[in-house]
Write a protein that binds this ligand. Structure first.
Ligand code: ASP
Length: 601
């Protein structure tokens, strides 16, 4: 028989009681985390969102409650009234905040029973049940204190962001979810229209155009904690729906945006007692790619910069190097501190690793008691030593070398830099190293279909000096200039994680047209997709710019997890499914009819 709650109210949470509460009569409510039965004494760990309290049922003092407590099982929901008592010295539990006291129960209400959970809620680490099982019963997994803590931190983060943005004069404005395609480089999720047969909405990949329209509308400073949707192949740090702090600001200079966003990050990191070093250093895209082989370098890794070895190999005739150099490629090396001891097996693994990033081979030099190298035969000891020296390696170190197209050299050595630093434990704990990466290229060329794509999105402004190049490329037919154009785009990066993307936007219609043209859109196509926006640009658009820090990624860094699903209450799996509600799912044929849709097998 279950009891009714009636008018009984809680006096404390399960995490609240301390030695100073001894002697008080209290009422606690929560879930049975654990029950231990010692005959005349039954102990229950009572859990709620705030913590655990030990409750003792004693057969002599409270016979009725004690006998009722015999039937309690894990996850039963109960209310307990009793007295706060000090625990014996030797039974105190310093691991929990309430560990100095216990509640001697007088009365017990069993408010609800529970089936045996499909997995153990108090397990951790390797003993945790499989993630799929936990996702299916997400509401149980979320009862775990670890996830409760992350969700509460998430709330404090968004609350702090809202306060900060409000203090800075920003207005939160909601933008629609049923819209037209926004080009952010992923596939859209689309929603069929019932009332307009054959027509579809797209879910926003970002509120990009709406926030720019807010600037045209004169709101001046906009923000939104916005939900976005991108149908793309998932990785550990991506979800098909995610949250970002979307920001846009009129008459904004780069400097103002950097200061605003650094201030936001500083405030949020204070919540985990970290003082971020301000201002963030700024490095251009060209510089980070050349030095670290990545547009999101992890600056916690000291040194380990990629070094150009073209001078060191000048005059040699080693075919792979000669062919790389003569076709606009590079030969670069990465010094690995204390790497002289890397085993053959590890080098083979690294070779395979580099190949995944497009490298045809990974050469190596080891500066042990003797110099050994996969290139010794082909290049001779002098050239090998010269390369090691230019790469910045000293005795005891190793050098890893890749030759080929700059993109491949950067991608493979950049990934090796991160991988080796992780393997060799060269990344200091508890350190946060932010930077701004600036001046991203405007376009990137995709070999597969032989055309240019926006590197950020097509509303990103070129740097003033490069506008001329855009004119020449689009109107003068010098298409190859497109790859040289730099933008006023910027990404803040912390510990190798891209925390946001943003840019100063194009506010002139003539420039926006050039960009659409450069992307291969005809005037009609541009009109059809973005006519409303091109029109709006004609009604007095102020210069403006913005940015969008990803809240989920930010939370991963703050919570110190590699798994984005840990920081989202109801996340999706790598195959974009929700295992709890079993979505996506089939729909009724009648719904399809109403939507004028037919499934084609
Ligand atoms: N709309 C961009 C994004 O979601 C961010 C921005 O440019 O503000 O990545």
């Amino acid at each position: 028989m279950l009891d009714n709650l009636g008018n009984l109210t809680r006096t404390h949470s399960c995490g609240a009681l301390r030695a100073s509460d001894i002697g008080k009569q209290v009422t606690l409510m929560g879930w049975v985390a654990k029950r231990r039965d010692f005959g005349d004494l039954t102990f229950v760990d009572l859990r709620d969102r705030d913590g655990l309290t030990q409750v003792v049922f004693n057969a002599t003092d409270a016979a009725a409650a004690h006998s009722k407590a015999k039937d309690l099982r894990g996850e039963y929901v109960i209310a307990v009234t009793g007295e706060v008592v000090t625990r014996d010295e030797n039974t105190r539990n310093p691991k929990i905040a309430t560990g100095d006291v216990e509640v001697h129960a007088r009365e017990l209400l069993v408010l609800n029973d529970a089936r045996t959970p499909p997995f153990q809620l108090d397990a951790s680490g390797d003993a945790l049940a499989s993630e799929d099982l936990r996702l299916k019963y997400r509401y149980l997994d979320l009862r775990r204190p670890h996830l409760q803590e992350i969700m509460r931190l998430r709330h404090r983060v968004t609350a702090e962001i809202r306060n900060y943005m409000t203090e800075q004069g920003f207005t939160e404005i909601e933008t629609p979810i049923l819209i037209k395609s926004t080009p952010e480089g992923a596939r859209d999720y689309i929603v069929p229209s019932r009332v307009q047969p054959g027509k579809f909405f797209a879910l926003p990949q970002s509120p990009q155009l709406f926030k720019q329209l807010c600037m045209i509308a004169g709101f001046d400073k906009y923000f939104q904690i916005a939900h976005c949707f991108r149908d793309e192949d998932l990785r550990a740090d991506r979800q098909p729906e995610f949250t970002q702090l979307d920001v846009e600001m009129s008459f904004a200079t780069l400097e103002q945006i950097y200061t605003l966003i650094e201030g936001m990050f500083a405030r949020v990191f204070k919540l985990i007692n970290v003082n971020l070093p301000l201002p963030f250093p700024r490095l251009t895209f060209a510089e980070v790619m050349s030095r670290f082989g990545s547009d999101k370098p992890d600056l916690r890794i000291k040194g380990m910069e990629l070094k150009d070895l073209s001078n060191a190999i000048a005059g040699t005739e080693f075919a792979p190097f000669v062919s790389a150099m003569s076709s606009g490629g590079q030969v670069k090396g990465l010094a690995v501190p204390n790497g002289a001891g890397l085993s053959r097996k590890v080098l083979d693994d690294l070779q395979e690793f580099a190949k995944r990033y497009g490298a045809t081979a990974l050469a190596w030099i080891k500066l042990g008691d003797e110099v050994s190298s996969s290139l010794l035969k082909a290049l001779g000891p002098d050239v090998v030593s010269r390369m090691a020296e230019v790469a910045g390696a000293a005795k005891g170190d190793a050098v890893l070398l890749v030759s080929g197209k700059p993109k491949v050299v950067a991608a493979s050595l950049g990934a090796l830099r991160n991988d080796i630093a992780k393997r060799e434990k060269l990344i200091p704990e508890g350190v946060y190293s932010p930077l701004w990466v600036t001046e991203f290229p405007m376009f990137e060329f995709h070999e597969e279909d032989g055309r240019y794509y926006s590197m950020h999105h097509p509303f990103t402004s070129p740097v003033d000096e490069d506008l001329e190049l855009l004119h020449r490329a689009v109107d003068g037919g010098e298409t190859e200039l497109l790859s040289q154009i730099r933008t006023k785009a910027y990404d803040p990066v912390i510990n190798g994680v891209e925390m946001a993307s943003g840019s100063i936007r194009i506010h002139r219609r003539d420039v926006q047209r050039l960009v659409f043209k450069a992307l291969g859109m005809t005037t009609e196509e541009a009109r059809q997709r973005f006519g409303f926006f091109l029109d709006a640009l004609e009604y007095g658009t102020p210069p403006h710019g913005g940015i969008a820090p990803g809240i989920d990624r930010l939370m991963m860094v703050l919570a110190g997890t590699d798994n984005m699903r840990d920081v989202i209450a109801y996340p999706k799996t790598a195959s974009a499914a929700d295992l709890m509600i079993d979505a996506p799912g089939e729909v009724d044929p009648k719904q399809l009819d109403e939507l004028h849709l037919r499934i084609v097998e």
